[in-house]
Ligand binder design. Structure first.
Ligand SMILES: Cc1ncc(COP(=O)(O)O)c(C=O)c1O
Length: 384
């Protein structure tokens, strides 16, 4: 393709379509920027903007206040001894897997784990043993399942897995398993536990040390009102020299972080949103109340929420036999729900899904959630 004037015309600045809609997309509700972060995005948008006064290590930069953020505020916020910022939850998981396990080792993870946990393990050339959930309708993870999976690995390989991973909550059902119990089961076998908090750090209070997790990862663009890609990685003192080991040739650079991670606007949006993010985690009870209220309303309209019930998180999975039935006769078929919601300025349920879908009520507020409930009610009545 010749990059002449006319072929370049389709690029350049583009408007984003659903910008002012009521957003219930689980991927997006926790990543919506605060006003402060929006300003930071513009101010710090130039490439290596944070590096004006860099001493050679990203997390040691004093101006802007990255050092204080990474070494004082974040450890306090997530209850971890040592913290770094990364380019995302998956990069955090990979850094841990790649440093605590050797090629061919086994790790254990829940079968609700996100694909990026599996891909991180594959990239680190590890074998995986999964812990089954109870399946439909609760999808509950029994902590004792970790003991069984660890025993299986010992039988198979002659030694315990290098680490275990628990998704907290999982990205499909929003279930919060008993992480403390999982940590203690793993520790009985001296297996360290990584807690994947992509959907929890920045939404609800998380204290890795209190839970007993050796590693904890979060996602800035998913749950910390940050412009991605950015994540956090917390490590207990016991493992910090392993995960954050320095390069033998470049003494200021940490190998697993490839020297530097989020080095510009992404980090500055996370810092700009941080005061607000800390405050919102203190309002988590209200978010759970809203989620439960919404779940009850949708169930009254003929849908069924699966996973933890009563629910403890804003991410919820619904089965909707009545919506599916409508899609069988609606003119736009399985796209009817997406179109109906779009016409009411509601965004976030994947286009084409009707039989089941997931959504998030995080920070949507009771008034907008009522609008969503009313929309479902209207749509169902319309096709009756
Ligand atoms: C449970 C869970 N973990 C991890 C991730 C990945 O997060 P990141 O984009 O920060 O790598 C996701 C993204 O959808 C997720 O749902």
């Amino acid at each position: 393709m010749a990059l002449d004037e006319s072929s370049l015309q389709k690029f350049g600045y583009m408007e984003r379509e659903p910008l002012n809609a009521i957003n219930i997309d689980p991927l997006q509700t926790g990543g919506i920027l605060t006003e402060e972060a929006r300003q930071a995005l513009v101010q710090w948008g130039d490439g290596y903007s944070v590096c004006d006064f860099c001493p050679g290590t990203l997390d040691q930069i004093k101006k802007p206040k990255i050092k204080d953020f990474v070494h004082e505020a974040l450890p306090e916020f997530i209850g971890a001894d040592e913290v770094r910022v990364t380019n995302g939850a998956r990069e955090s998981k990979f850094a841990v897997m790649h440093s605590v396990a050797n090629e061919g080792d086994w790790i254990v993870l829940d079968n609700l784990a996100h694909y990026s946990s599996h891909v991180a393990a594959q990239r680190a050339r590890l074998n995986t043993e999964t812990v089954s959930s109870t399946g439909h309708p609760d999808y509950w993870i029994d902590p004792e399942g970790y003991a069984k999976a660890i025993e299986n690995v010992i039988d198979e390989s002659g030694k315990p897995p290098s680490m275990a991973l628990l998704t907290y909550p999982d990205g499909n059902y929003g279930n919060l398993p008993n992480a403390k119990k999982v940590a203690s089961v793993c520790h009985e076998y001296d297996v360290p536990l990584l807690l994947n908090c992509a959907y929890s750090i920045g939404r609800m209070p998380i204290d890795a040390n209190d839970i007993g997790a050796d590693f904890v990862v979060g996602s800035g663009h998913k749950s910390m009102a940050s412009s991605g890609p950015i994540g956090v990685l917390g490590v207990s003192e016991e493992y910090s020299d392993i995960v954050f080991r320095k390069s033998p040739t470049h003494k200021k650079k940490e190998v697993e972080l490839l020297g530097c991670t989020a080095r510009g606007a992404t980090l500055m949006t996370m810092i700009a949103s941080f005061p607000n993010v800390v405050k919102r985690t203190r309002e988590w009870d209200r978010e759970v109340e809203n989620a439960r209220w919404f779940s009850e309303k949708l169930e009254n309209l003929g849908m069924n929420q699966v996973g933890d019930k009563p629910h403890n998180h804003d991410l919820m999975f619904f089965e909707a036999p009545n919506i599916y039935e409508i899609s069988q006769k609606a003119k736009s078929g399985r796209y009817f729900l997406y179109k109906e919601l779009k016409s009411r300025n509601i965004h976030g349920i994947k286009a084409g899904l009707t039989k089941f879908f997931k959504l998030s009520t995080f920070r949507v507020g009771r008034e907008n959630l009522s609008t969503v409930v009313d929309a479902f009610d209207e749509i169902i009545k319309k096709y009756e």
